[in-house]
Design a protein around this ligand. Structure first.
Ligand code: DOR
Length: 444
């Protein structure tokens, strides 16, 4: 028996301002067939096309967020893969790389496979997972997969995922060739300063306890080991002027670094306004650090942007410092925050897109993503660059329902998000049937 083949889904986006790979804008149409971009240029709709009229909207590659904590399994009271990926869809994030500090941690093949299975069943966007280094899982760090890389918490972590002994770090850097991503804060210095500041409940002391020097010491050590073994190193959420200056002087070709929107646009003044909601690791720094980080990003010393989306409930955050947990949500606001910065003249929309999409795809060896080009995956976001709207708590999709940016008026909101050719978010509505795919990595 023969079956008539279902025609493959085609989607025609008409009259969008398309950000082309070389950085120019082209006002034209874009056709998607299945999960791929197949054509860019003016064309008539075919009878089977689903059409999106995008007049007045900009079309950008979907955001790839390379550092998030989505809490599943084990911490689902904070977030889960459904709420987290709804937040992604609303924020224009079409792919994410997730961290291993769940319960259980992700430190072996079984735990990694469990996460991949959960994401296949639930995630509305594309996904990849880090494998976490412990003092005794060297074999897994090389064998378990697929993974975007090895995550090392050099500091500000408890339990098995804390790897703060230089001899253990040295072994990890010396063995294998996968990307190593470090949370660089020096645990010995943090410990000592915690004692010094014991009894203080003002959350602003968080930035003094885990100070610039704590971050610099760990980044120096990671760089030293990376150079010794020529090991691919990525420095997560770079937060200080000192680290940026260090990389400006000495950054091997195999080293990359990222910064979060919050380390660019928030500083220690935030504690007076939002208290423990401003508490994260590494902590917020000074206005001077903001400036230096911006310049490092503009100059290419910092390669790309990650949110470090790390939700905690308001009840957890309401505990007095230091019992309040560190971390803040981010995937829903990151693109709008950065596009607002572009609108204010801090950078261009092209740079924002490069830092939030293409540069991430390049650094992690993610093929066919991060560019709008025929043959590339149809991971796209249509953005309204003209309407200014506030961040409203009631609209947030993250399970914790708060944002450090609540009330901020942003300009550059995602209005339609497309993942692998599926419209997952459209003007406030979600298609909860969509599923993302596992990402493949050049080094995983
Ligand atoms: O502020 C943070 N929170 N930084 C981290 O590195 C971990 C994260 C979390 O998981 O809550």
């Amino acid at each position: 028996m023969t079956y008539a083949r279902e025609p493959e889904t085609t989607l025609l986006i008409q009259d969008a301002q398309i950000l082309m790979p070389e950085g120019s804008w082209q006002q034209t149409d874009l056709r998607i067939q299945g999960s791929k971009i197949v054509e860019i240029g003016k064309q008539d709709p075919a009878p089977t096309d689903r059409v999106i009229i995008a007049t007045g909207l900009a079309l950008l590659p979907g955001v790839i967020d390379p550092q998030v904590h989505f809490r599943e399994p084990g911490l689902e009271h904070k977030e889960d893969l459904v709420t987290a990926t709804r937040a992604c869809a609303r924020g224009g994030v079409t792919s994410f790389l997730e961290m291993p500090n769940t319960r259980p941690i992700t430190a072996n093949q079984e735990q990694l496979t469990d996460k991949l299975n959960r994401a296949a069943a639930k995630a509305l966007v594309n996904y990849g997972f880090f494998i976490g280094a412990t003092a005794d899982n060297l074999d897994q760090l090389q064998q378990a997969g697929p993974t975007c890389g090895v995550k090392i918490f050099m500091g500000s972590m408890q339990g098995d995922l804390l790897v703060d002994q230089e001899a253990v770090l040295e072994q990890i850097f010396a063995t294998g060739d996968r990307l190593i991503a470090v949370h660089a804060e020096d645990q010995a210095r943090i410990r000592q300063r915690r004692e010094q500041f014991a009894g203080q409940t003002d959350p602003a002391v968080h930035s003094q306890i885990q100070d610039n020097q704590a971050a610099l010491l760990a980044t120096q050590l990671a760089l030293r080991l990376s150079k010794k073994y020529q090991r691919r190193l990525h420095i997560l959420h770079l937060s200080t002027a000192e680290e940026a200056d260090l990389l400006r002087q000495d950054k091997p070709a195999w080293v990359t670094a990222e910064v979060t929107p919050q380390h660019l646009v928030l500083n220690t003044d935030a504690y007076a306004k939002i208290g423990t909601l401003a508490q994260m690791n590494p902590p917020l720094r000074s206005a001077q650090d903001n400036q230096v980080l911006w310049q490092a990003l503009l100059d290419g010393v910092i390669d790309f942007i990650a949110t470090d989306h790390a939700p905690h409930t308001l009840a957890e955050k309401a505990q007095a410092y230091p019992n309040s947990p560190s971390g803040m949500p981010g995937v829903e606001t990151s693109l709008a925050i950065m596009l607002t910065q572009a609108h204010q003249g801090r950078c261009s929309v092209q740079q924002v897109s490069h830092w939030m999409s293409r540069a991430v795809a390049q650094a992690y060896g993610i093929a066919n993503k991060g560019k709008i080009q025929p043959g590339y995956d149809a991971d796209l976001v249509l953005v309204d660059l003209k309407t200014e709207r506030p961040v409203l708590g009631a609209e947030l999709q993250t399970k914790v329902g708060w944002s450090p940016f609540e009330g901020w008026r942003l300009r550059g909101w995602p209005v339609v998000t497309i993942v692998d050719g599926q419209i997952v978010y459209d003007h406030g509505e979600f298609n909860l049937q969509c599923r993302g795919k596992a990402l493949a990595f050049g080094n995983g």
